[in-house]
Design a protein around this ligand. Structure first.
Ligand code: KE4
Length: 436
């Protein structure tokens, strides 16, 4: 039986008003502000398994899952136990601990291309550091990224960026120095000709191609056949480095990430999210000769007060040690079921919808055209998505508050959760249909 649409959320509204008087936009990361979905954010008090509860006592089946880190769900008992035992010994020393070595070894086992690993505290730090290594190694300044891909908020990457930048319609942010933007070259995702054109114009100047091997920040857009092998070939021919940003896809698409699935060996990889199990961890790594440039082994400087802190390392270790073939089978089954259910819910109401899905990642795009890149993603009806989002939230389902994000399913989600979500979608599609 579906819960009646959610009543008002007075406590969250009050808390958001207070937050907005001290935090820019009332949040610490833009996409959380619900700006593009015409609603006021709900304030969360707790999470357990696949669910979160807000300050007004409403519970939701969660498909944000902290934007990807929580592949095992909210507050798994084993993780809480590990964190308590680790915290009892101290949370950070600013000195080496064995935990860093153990987590790095685990990462290298799962992703053999990562012969050396450096931990940082976010995906942004991972990507900006990898860019510095690539520039130092090649003695070239320019990097190629793809429209709609997001590699964190460091200046070189805030050019036609996806995720919150795309959601808020500021894909190229003010404040990014012209020189920084000049060294960032844009190509179109899933379009190797556009990559060839960029290299033809800047031959010998490009240090690296940065790519989300499974794009999640324009909404989910999987790589087309031949796209990733094509990038590998261009980099080999042009003496540029191939950098996989697997902050989303790492350990999510498979235990070895997209590089395992597509059997491509990148020169460097950026990681985040799952590697920290919900605590702040990012990492970059790859070929030993490249990572040998990183201080203090080499001259490329990069540092961090809380890099590799034991609490985050313990959370990451637990998270990676809990990965299993059964988990990925479960995630794939639920992902396929949800994708089919959302498509069917739209069909029943005559609402144009394209559902892109890959394992436990998916995005319902409100458009009747396939979505294969930034331009086709932009064609989606964000007003329709907003109406759908509000309808889902009112029925106890918490999707990403943006058309241009991926939905995340965890091992804590069940078939019953998926069926409830599909039932809510059938109802929420009425909000969309009614808009016409
Ligand atoms: P963080 O600095 O947010 O840890 O990671 C940046 C990043 C880098 N690369 C990829 C592929 C990413 O998806 C991200 C961050 N993802 C967004 C969600 N699409 C984080 C959510 C947010 O910005 O609040």
């Amino acid at each position: 039986m579906l819960r009646k649409p959610r009543s008002r959320t007075p406590r969250s509204d009050k808390l958001f008003a207070a937050a907005s008087r001290i935090l820019p936009g009332g949040v610490d990361s833009p996409v959380r502000a619900f700006k593009s979905v015409g609603a006021t954010p709900v304030f969360i008090v707790r999470g357990r398994g696949a669910r979160i509860e807000d300050e007004d006592g409403h519970t939701y089946i969660d498909y944000v899952m902290s934007w990807g880190p929580l592949i095992h769900g909210h507050a798994p008992r084993g993780l809480l136990k590990t964190l308590a035992a680790t915290a009892a010994k101290g949370t950070s020393f600013g000195a080496p601990t064995e935990l860093e070595t153990r987590l790095a070894q685990r990462v290298a086992t799962l992703m053999p291309s990562m012969e050396r690993v450096r931990f940082v505290s976010s995906g942004t730090e991972a990507a900006m550091s990898a860019a510095r290594v690539a520039r130092a190694a090649t003695k070239r300044d320019k990097i190629v990224k793809f429209e709609g891909c997001y590699h964190g908020h460091a200046d070189p990457f805030l050019v036609q960026a996806g995720s919150g930048a795309m959601t808020l319609g500021v894909p190229t942010s003010p404040g990014v120095a012209a020189a920084a933007a000049r060294d960032t070259l844009l190509a179109r995702y899933n379009d190797l000709d556009s990559v060839e054109r960029v290299f033809a114009r800047h031959r010998g100047q490009i240090a690296a191609i940065f790519v989300e091997p499974i794009a999640g920040n324009m909404g989910l857009v999987p790589p087309g056949d031949g796209f990733l092998p094509g990038l590998r070939a261009v980099c080999d021919r042009e003496g540029a480095l191939l950098v996989f940003d697997e902050v989303i896809s790492g350990f999510r698409a498979a235990a070895g990430g997209a590089q395992q699935i597509f059997r491509i060996r990148p020169d460097l990889t950026c990681l985040g999210k799952i590697i920290g199990g919900g605590l702040p961890v990012g990492a970059y790594g790859g070929r030993a000769d490249l990572m040998g440039l990183v201080a203090p082994a080499g001259p490329v400087y990069q540092a961090g007060t809380l890099s590799g802190n034991p609490l985050a390392m313990a959370a990451g270790l637990w998270s990676l040690e809990e990965l299993s073939p059964g988990l990925y089978t479960h995630l794939a089954q639920l992902g396929a079921r949800l994708a089919a259910g959302l498509a069917d819910a739209a069909r029943q109401r005559g609402v144009p919808l394209q559902v892109n899905a890959f394992g436990s990642l998916l995005t319902p795009f409100f458009t009747d055209q396939p979505v294969r890149d930034y331009q086709s993603a932009l064609a989606a009806d964000t007003g329709a998505y907003a109406a759908f989002f509000r309808g889902m939230l009112a029925r106890g389902v918490y999707p990403p508050p943006s058309q241009f994000e991926a939905w995340f399913i965890s091992g804590a989600h069940t078939s019953r959760d998926i069926d409830k979500t599909i039932a809510a979608a059938r109802e929420a599609m009425r909000n969309v249909e009614g808009r016409k």
